[in-house]
Design a protein around this ligand. Structure first.
Ligand code: G6P
Ligand code: ZN
Length: 563
């Protein structure tokens, strides 16, 4: 067997290798600098300390530009650092949910995901590297902080320069590195994930729904992979397993630059899907982001399902899904800015509902402790304890499983739900790529304002609406399982009638700052249910913009994206 040796390379330190909400994300050009990627990978491995020797790691990503180079670098650096085995997705392709699935199935030490999620790709786009731990979930703050600290002192990295593995061919490749065996298994990217989906959902009933049976016409879906990683998963699961025809699955070949698309499934960036479903007789549309963990669901005529509502609907119908019939429903959770519709389902069914900061990593501990079955975020993330990532395809299948069971169109499901629980109107305004300094100043200004002693009790008015401040703070979270505290997670203004305004800076951008403004209010009057959230929430939006002086600070008079 070939034997290769390890080289130690002197390196230079790069500032700012601090993982954000979901890993290290920067422009491709930043990662392409000599030593930049190597340093970060070495720091990830060093953060594992003694657990690294003899370990197995999963490697794969969303297929974006620079992914293949990064995979080769990781293979060489992992080999040099005493890792025994790598499970690498063929062509370097693994969706984020698939990485989580494979880590858990093979009980590996973790995995490295090469993705900048929903950020655009290509030579001028973004790249990202994220570490997931042995539970299959994104590394918690303690681990990412350790990685960051290591990047600030790194002097050398270790590499096996002469190691080249063909990642396009399914194979098991073994060599000796300084006398110790090292194996790279190139694995099928979709097999394990598909098998898991088939265990969770009732594929037979979904298939009957999609193909039409018992005198019902077929349920016409349009699935949009947005040129991201989910293409092969969509084709296998929706196409091969569920019989959806080719023409109903679009943008299903992963492209290094996502074909120029911004692979974020929302009303702005997935306009292609929205327009197609609006103008043709589709019953259902779904789109996923670059790495396959986000989802957007729309009904006939592009009836939009807000992610906060999507979570509540699934919570309310979870027992139709075979997986949850088996495991029982242990609890629900949502991120703090997410609309509180799910809380109402939890209260009614007497099931615990947790609120955590933004970021999927905060759900992991609750799931590992057996306290959480279903969770979601307003940022188009929905998922369950089947893995430790949010899961786009899972969400679409969950919806189809529910529809197959309740036999109602999407819009009717929402209307019936609001009829029982009332409607939590929700909207999010994103101001992308703002000046960082000015955005920070605005956040400081708002924080000072809401911290003033007399702010609680203030009456804020817009038109004929008045809202009385009940509580205001910079949100802080104490993890109920390990007691760790995450502070400064977003400025909250909570009103006496349950309405909320939240200001937060995004943690996933790669340059500048993105300000997110989240607005929620609750209505129990059925005549409001069919109204446009933008109309219902306008008074609160106006109050937020006045109060924060957002326009003055940022020079923006309208958001980049409205959800
Ligand atoms: C990623 C994470 C999500 C999180 C989202 C927030 O998608 O996986 O868990 O909700 O980022 O992004 P933001 O840009 O608001 O920090
Ligand atoms: Zn993503």
């Amino acid at each position: 067997m070939t034997s290769l040796s390890v080289t130690s390379i002197n390196t230079v330190i790069f500032d700012g290798q601090k993982p954000g909400t979901s890993g290290l994300r920067k422009a491709v050009k930043v990662f392409q600098q000599q030593h930049y990627t190597e340093n970060f990978v070495q720091a990830i491995l060093d953060a594992q300390r003694e657990k690294l020797l003899g370990s197995t790691l999963v490697i794969g990503g969303d297929g974006r530009y620079y992914g293949r180079e990064a995979v080769q670098k990781i293979i060489k650096i992992a080999a040099a650092n005493g890792v025994s085995k790598l499970l690498v997705g063929q062509n370097g392709i693994l969706s984020t949910p698939a990485v989580s699935t494979i880590i858990r199935k093979n009980k590996t030490l973790g995995g490295i995901v090469l993705t900048a999620s929903h950020n655009p790709g290509g030579p001028n786009g973004d790249f990202g590297i994220k570490f997931n731990c042995e539970n299959g979930g994104p590394a918690p703050d303690a681990v990412t902080n350790k990685i960051y600290e290591l990047t600030k002192t790194i002097k050398k990295y270790k590499i096996v320069n002469d190691l080249h593995v063909d990642i396009d061919k399914i194979q098991s490749f073994s060599i000796q590195v300084d006398g110790k065996p090292f194996t790279v298994d190139i694995i099928d990217s979709v097999n394990d994930y598909t098998a898991l989906m088939k265990e969770i959902f009732d594929f037979d009933s979904i298939k009957k729904l999609l193909q039409g049976s018992d005198g019902n016409s077929s349920f016409n879906v349009l699935i949009d992979a947005m040129n991201g990683v989910t293409g092969p998963y969509v084709k296998r699961i929706f196409g091969k397993e569920l019989g959806v025809s080719e023409s109903n699955m679009v943008n299903c070949v992963p492209k290094e630059d996502f074909g120029g698309l911004h692979p974020d499934p929302n009303l702005t960036y997935a306009a292609g899907l929205v327009n197609a479903v609006k103008s043709d007789p589709y019953d259902f549309g779904a789109a996923f982001d670059g790495d396959g963990d986000r989802n957007m669901i729309i009904g006939k005529k592009a009836f939009f399902v807000n992610p906060s509502d999507s979570l509540a609907i699934l919570a309310n119908n979870l027992n139709v899904i075979p997986y949850f019939r088996k495991t029982g429903i242990k609890g629900y959770a949502r991120s703090m800015p997410t609309g509180a519709a799910v809380d109402r389902v939890a209260t009614k069914t007497n099931i615990q509902c947790y609120e955590v900061p933004t970021g999927w990593k905060y759900f992991g501990n609750l799931m590992d402790a057996g306290k959480l079955s279903l969770c979601g975020e307003e940022s188009f993330g929905t998922g369950s304890d089947h893995i430790r990532e949010k899961d786009g395809i899972w969400a679409a299948l969950a919806w189809l499983n529910v529809i197959a069971s309740v036999k109602k169109p999407v819009e009717q499901i929402l209307l019936d739900h609001w009829g029982i629980y009332g409607r939590n109107f929700f909207t999010r305004y994103d101001y992308e790529n703002c000046d960082s300094d000015k955005s920070n100043k605005m956040m400081d200004y708002v924080e000072n304002l809401i911290n003033k002693n007399d702010f609680v009790g203030t009456k804020l008015k817009s038109g004929n609406k008045t809202y009385v401040v009940k509580e205001a703070d910079n949100y802080s979270y104490k993890d109920p399982i390990d007691g760790s505290v995450s502070s400064k997670q977003g400025l909250r203004i909570l009103f006496e009638d349950g309405s909320r305004i939240i200001f937060r800076l995004s943690g996933t951008g790669s340059s500048g700052a993105t300000i997110r403004l989240y607005i929620e209010s609750y209505e129990s009057d059925p005549s409001t249910f069919v109204q446009d959230p933008q109309v219902i929430l306008k008074p609160l939006v106006d109050i937020s913009l006045n109060l924060s002086k957002l326009g003055e600070y940022t020079g923006r008079d309208k958001p980049t994206v409205i959800t």
